[in-house]
Ligand binder design. Structure first.
Ligand code: URA
Length: 235
């Protein structure tokens, strides 16, 4: 690929905007300015410097975000800013979207990608990718409620009972719950069906990937490959 094509593939604007970006000397590779948009470059493992910002070239983008409360996962948010506003423009432009949704008041690990097949792989209920939630409850948790969540509860508008793959009490009013599906408001609806309520919800793990403790709310980071989420033993 030539330099302009690489910039275009990474979301740096229209083909013409990418040519201009190169022509005005904004791009450095290994410390040297490359101002010829037609320069042939091997994109494999390439790290661009775009106006002083390091940009690792990825054929498909996969990033994790520590979602803060008060942001919507929708592309067209109605009452709050979109999580997309926390990402740089090139990622937004290349069509990155959230892998499933977290509620506006939910915090924690959110994945975003422009790889449609990967979104399907990570969200399909048949693939059993586990999500772990730290749940702060309204009322003290009882053993009866934990048993019900593990056995399966029936949600309104869904006759099939849904159950937690794992559920442990971590505080008198807190649970750690593992789910293998991603139904609408699933944790809140399951807790309600078990006779309690949710006052705080945080996702701490998605598949094999834990939210890193040094990734602060609102910060994002590249993932090297989907295996960081899928783990070595892919089913
Ligand atoms: N379950 C919920 O109820 N809300 C979330 O944001 C995620 C899972």
């Amino acid at each position: 690929m030539n330099l302009a094509q690489i910039l275009f593939s990474q979301g740096f604007g229209t083909r013409r905007e990418c040519e201009v970006l190169a022509l005005r000397g904004s791009i450095r590779i290994a410390g040297r300015v490359v101002d010829d948009p037609a320069a042939r470059i091997d994109a494999e493992g390439l790290v661009l410097d775009v106006d002083g910002e390091s940009w690792p070239v990825h054929a498909k983008a996969l990033v994790m975000l520590h979602k803060p409360a008060g942001f919507e996962c929708s592309q067209r948010p109605s009452h709050h800013p979109s999580v997309m506003s926390l990402l740089p423009a090139p990622l937004r432009r290349r069509g990155v979207q959230p892998v499933g949704r977290l509620d506006t008041d939910t915090t924690g690990l959110l994945l975003l990608t422009d790889d449609g097949a990967l979104i399907h792989r990570l969200t399909s209920p048949k693939k059993h990718v586990e999500k772990v939630y730290e749940v702060e409850t309204d009322e003290p948790v009882t053993q009866r409620q934990i048993d019900a969540l593990l056995r399966g509860v029936v949600l309104r508008d869904d006759p099939q009972p849904v159950r937690a793959a794992a559920c442990v009490q971590t505080e008198p009013r807190a649970l750690r719950m593992t789910l293998r599906e991603g139904k609408y408001h699933q944790v809140k609806r399951m807790l309600a069906a078990a006779g309690n309520g949710v006052i705080g919800l945080h996702r701490s793990r998605f598949g094999a990937l834990e939210l890193p403790p040094d990734l602060m709310p609102g910060q994002w980071r590249w993932l090297g490959s989907a295996h960081e989420v899928l783990g070595p033993a892919v089913r």
